[in-house]
Write a protein that binds this ligand. Structure first.
Ligand code: NAD
Length: 355
């Protein structure tokens, strides 16, 4: 297969590309604009493969997308490119409207034009896989409910509203034009190569530097955590075996309050990084509570029984094993972290692609 992956330089997209190149014979074209969140250093382990190509392209650029479809001739699209950070969506929503809504529209149209002209056999096999989030379902505060594939949408933040819009567009392109789509909605991911603005890497890296560990509100917001490599395996299963027009929820069965997550990180660091920064007796003493994020959802939790029953996928990592792997990864990949923190990953890119 030839798979066009958008957002492949991001956290989950890079895990998907590493998974495909390392475990299959497929070819991948990574289409990524390289915003602040895109980092080609996350793909060093596969960058030399003959089956991997990269194009620095904005998914809002329709002409560039049309050209990539015509030259690469994909059998499937895995669409991960997005603005993805809730806090950034609150301070600057426009980029979210542009990439998540307009960009998805441009990609759908480029895919549809290409798909319409495919010979019948290839046309039937073509897949457009849209990767989305459980945040589109809104909040489960005070209930024991789980999000299922039929839960109605009730997004709270500009980020989740823009993702909800893109989900609706993708389903409409299936219903109206017959484009063969599959949609996945996944819970919070964590693991190696996560950009240090998100909760888990932020806490690990701040603790190692003796900086405060800022917790929103009372820290009781519950998220269902999934190890990123489990997500990558699930996405590959869906794009290759999922039924056209279907939605699959993906989750880790790991509901944890944010404060529990931070305590678990501190405990692991006591064991794995016992030489603490000067003046720090215990990592936990760095925890500080800060004003809650506006519109902060209290609880998300996924019912992932459909993908287990229909496609035989379930997570391989427990929260404990996945978090240990994550902390160990950050401890032994200081160079990746330093390049992000110093902004050097941007100049690395320039050097790498000079000429
Ligand atoms: P990320 O922010 O780490 O990566 C996003 C990537 O998209 C970056 O490489 C960026 O350069 C690229 N990009 C942004 N705008 C672009 C544009 N206009 N054109 C081309 N490329 C562009 O995000 P992530 O955490 O890897 O998430 C990937 C997808 O999975 C997103 O669609 C997100 O909504 C979804 N998702 C994320 C999570 C999570 O916990 N991180 C959970 C469920 C679903």
């Amino acid at each position: 297969m030839k798979i066009l992956v958008t957002g492949g330089a991001g956290f989950i997209g890079s895990a998907v590309i590493r998974h495909i190149i390392q475990n299959t014979e497929h070819q991948v074209l990574n289409v990524d604009k390289l915003t602040y969140a895109g980092n080609l250093e996350s793909l060093i382990s596969v960058a030399d493969s003959q089956r991997y190509q990269f194009s620095q392209t904005d998914i809002c650029d329709r002409a560039a997308l049309e050209h990539l479809f015509q030259t690469f001739k994909p059998d499937a699209v895995m669409h991960l490119a997005a603005e993805s950070h809730v806090d950034r969506s609150i301070s600057g929503p426009f980029a979210f409207i542009e990439t998540n809504i307009i960009g998805t529209y441009q990609l759908l149209e480029a895919a549809r034009n290409y798909w319409l002209n495919l010979p019948k056999e290839l046309k039937n096999k073509f897949r457009f896989h849209h990767i989305s989030t459980d945040e589109v379902y809104g909040d489960l505060e005070g209930t024991a409910d789980l999000f299922t594939e039929t839960t109605s949408y009730s997004p709270s933040s500009p980020y989740s509203a823009s993702k909800a819009s893109s989900d609706h567009l993708v389903r409409a392109w299936h219903r109206t034009y017959g484009l063969p789509v599959v949609v996945t909605n996944c819970s919070n991911n964590y693991g190696p190569y996560h950009f240090p603005e998100k909760l888990i890497p932020l806490m690990i890296l701040n603790a190692l530097q003796g900086k405060p560990l800022p917790i929103y509100g009372n820290g009781q917001q519950i998220r269902d955590w999934l190890f990123v490599e489990d997500h990558a395996r699930a996405l590959y299963k869906v794009v290759t075996e999922g039924a056209v027009g279907e939605t699959y929820n993906i989750g880790g069965h790991n509901e944890k309050a944010n404060i529990e997550v931070v305590h678990a990180i501190c405990t692991l660091l006591e064991e794995l990084a016992p030489n603490k920064p000067e003046g720090v007796q215990q990592y936990k003493e760095l925890i500080t509570y800060v004003t809650d994020r506006p519109g902060h959802d209290v609880r998300y939790a996924i019912d992932a029984s459909k993908i287990k029953k229909e496609l035989g996928w379930e997570p391989a990592e427990s929260f404990e094993s996945g978090l240990r792997k994550t902390v160990e990864w950050y401890l032994s990949n200081q160079e990746w972290v330093e390049h992000i923190q110093s902004g050097e990953y941007l100049s690395w890119l320039e050097k790498q692609y000079q000429g």
